[in-house]
Ligand binder design. Structure first.
Ligand code: 4AD
Ligand code: MG
Length: 431
């Protein structure tokens, strides 16, 4: 094979003649000149074909090219400050790999269902590419943040014998003769890992059979779950605000071009700097009732409640100290007020909803055993988890960040379906 230059690297070859491989994104012509919009996955570049400077064969080949045809193109790299890449290619030769016929996604507008059915092709469009590049940078920034702070990456299992976040939305499967479930959260295993390694984080897929068809819910989504020994509720929140600020600022630094390409308001992201505001559940209830919501103490918040609270801030806001009654069994009660727990949800600004759920964990074995009874969880299935409180129990805390909601917020997208390459949603398993 000939040596190819990528569009991303093309700046290093200004003035030289290079070969590149790519696809035709778009094409226009003005009589004696044809303009090819080429993409190769790393970026976009315009190829210029001047009739008087190429053979008739090359000119006619260029004319025959259709959207998404695959080609090798040879050309001279020219600086062109007006173009997005900063360069342009003066085409000398074209070799067609495949001429594409009737590509189903045209530059005109298509409905979302039409595009979702063709997600495998939709990914090629500039906006979807930009989102995937930003998603990858968010993942890199997340890992950098924890790696630089001496957290160890630990991988919890995907197939599990019991639930973490409640039994109502588990995906069931057979594990030979036994029953098994796809993981909802790796947290319980991460608590075991924190007792072995101190500070740990996981990054992996999680599954919830939630019959929710909203713009924030996926059936399969990716979570980052740090867990920290000798860390209390207060410090847990400090880590979270540092973490989110770091991720947002990294994306601003490293993906400015992509954010601009999808039309994100950068000033909104520039404002995301720690510390973040906090409001207790009690005060949030008071505020909501003043705003005309009718919500009694003890009831969980829905999306409209979260949005009404978040609208008061231009940064993410922590809602803390929720009633124990509707929160997870493992959350530690506030010693001064045991009816609420030492937990916080982080609500993103601009209506993106909860991106983090976290808490200090119960470290007392008796209280934990009591909670198992209240939640009707079998002590046998969780015996190993109880062991963590039996052999050198320590105060510890952790949280889970939903990757797709974070991508939706940072990219300013209306729906999480565009934040993951192949979304698994209610009634959608194809492609
Ligand atoms: O609040 P959740 O349910 O918390 C836990 O699972 C804890 N065990 C995490 C921990 O403390 N280690 O989920 C955490 C985050 C949510 O804040 C949200 O961002 C995301 O996961 N999330 C979803 N994202 C997309 N689709 C869904 N169906 C989601 N459910 C939760
Ligand atoms: Mg939650």
């Amino acid at each position: 094979m000939r040596t190819l230059t990528t569009i991303k690297q093309i700046g290093g070859h200004a003035g030289q003649s290079v070969w590149m491989g790519g696809w035709i994104n778009n094409k226009r012509s003005s009589g004696k000149i044809q303009f090819l919009q080429l993409r190769d996955g790393t970026g976009y570049i315009q190829g210029v074909i001047v009739k008087s400077e190429v053979s008739e064969e090359v000119w006619n080949t260029a004319k025959s090219l259709t959207q998404e045809s695959s080609v090798y193109v040879k050309g001279i790299v020219r600086e062109e400050p007006r173009s997005q890449s900063g360069y342009e290619l003066t085409v000398e030769d074209i070799e067609v790999i495949q001429l594409t016929e009737e590509y189903p996604i045209t530059p005109k507008e298509h409905g979302v269902d039409y595009l979702m059915d063709r997600r495998h092709l939709w990914l090629r469009t500039p906006k979807q590419r930009a989102i995937m590049v930003i998603r990858a940078e968010i993942i890199r920034a997340i890992q950098r943040f924890f790696d630089e702070r001496d957290f160890t990456l630990v991988d919890p299992p995907i197939l599990t014998p019991s639930s973490c976040e409640g039994t109502t939305n588990l995906f069931h499967t057979k594990y030979f003769e036994e029953d098994a479930y796809l993981t909802q959260s790796g947290q319980l295993y991460m608590e075991a890992a924190a007792m072995a390694l101190g500070k740990v984080y996981s990054f992996g897929p999680t599954f919830r059979a939630e019959k929710s068809k909203t713009r924030r819910h996926l059936i399969e989504f990716w979570m980052i779950e740090p867990e920290m020994a000798f860390v209390d509720h207060e410090e847990n929140l400090r880590v979270q605000e540092q973490f989110i600020s770091y991720v947002v600022q990294s994306v601003l630094t490293n993906c400015r071009k992509e954010l601009e390409a999808i039309g994100r308001d950068l000033s909104k992201l520039e404002a995301i700097q720690a510390p973040f505001p906090r409001i207790t559940y009690d005060d949030a209830i008071k505020f909501l009732n003043e705003q005309g919501f009718d919500i009694p103490w003890g009831e969980d918040f829905g999306a409209p409640h979260e949005t009404a609270i978040a609208e008061n801030y231009d940064k993410p806001v922590f809602i803390t100290h929720y009633p124990a009654s509707f929160k997870a069994f493992y959350m530690k009660p506030d010693p001064n007020r045991p009816e609420v727990v030492l937990c916080a949800d982080m609500i993103a600004p601009e209506g993106y909803g909860e991106i983090i759920g976290g808490s200090q964990r119960i470290d007392d074995p008796e209280l934990l055993a009591e909670r198992f009874k209240e939640h009707e969880l079998s002590e046998e299935a969780y015996q190993w988890y109880l062991d963590l409180r039996k052999y050198g129990s320590v105060p510890h805390s952790g949280f889970g960040l939903g990757l797709e909601r974070t991508v939706a917020w940072i990219c300013g997208l209306d729906h999480v379906r565009e934040t993951i390459p192949f979304p698994r949603m209610l009634y959608r398993l194809y492609p």
